[in-house]
Design a protein around this ligand. Sequence first.
Ligand SMILES: Cc1cc2nc3c(=O)[nH]c(=O)nc-3n(C[C@H](O)[C@H](O)[C@H](O)COP(=O)(O)O)c2cc1C
Length: 80
Amino acid sequence: MRIVAHKSAGLAAQNFMISMAAINYDTCPMEGSDTILIKKILDLPIGAEINMVIGCGVRDEKGIYAPQFRIPFEEVYFEI
Ligand SMILES: Cc1cc2nc3c(=O)[nH]c(=O)nc-3n(C[C@H](O)[C@H](O)[C@H](O)COP(=O)(O)O)c2cc1C
């Protein structure tokens, strides 16, 4: 059930991020957060599991700190 819940939360997160993009917001999913602190802030039980944290906002064109790396689409997408 834990795995099913995390899969579903991941898909819901993806829908959320696509929806945000549709209204011109950017998002950034992140791992490695202080989950204990997040649970305290959100008043969640200590046994709750954080699937991911998603930063949301309006992009600043000067906000990219390093060159972005993109694997060519044709290297990762195959029609079978
Ligand atoms: C579930 C999930 C967790 C992520 N966690 C991190 C993270 O902790 N640190 C990080 O740099 N990128 C993380 N990423 C990737 C970033 O959200 C982002 O897509 C990546 O840094 C590429 O950024 P760019 O699109 O500006 O090149 C995560 C992505 C996903 C889907």
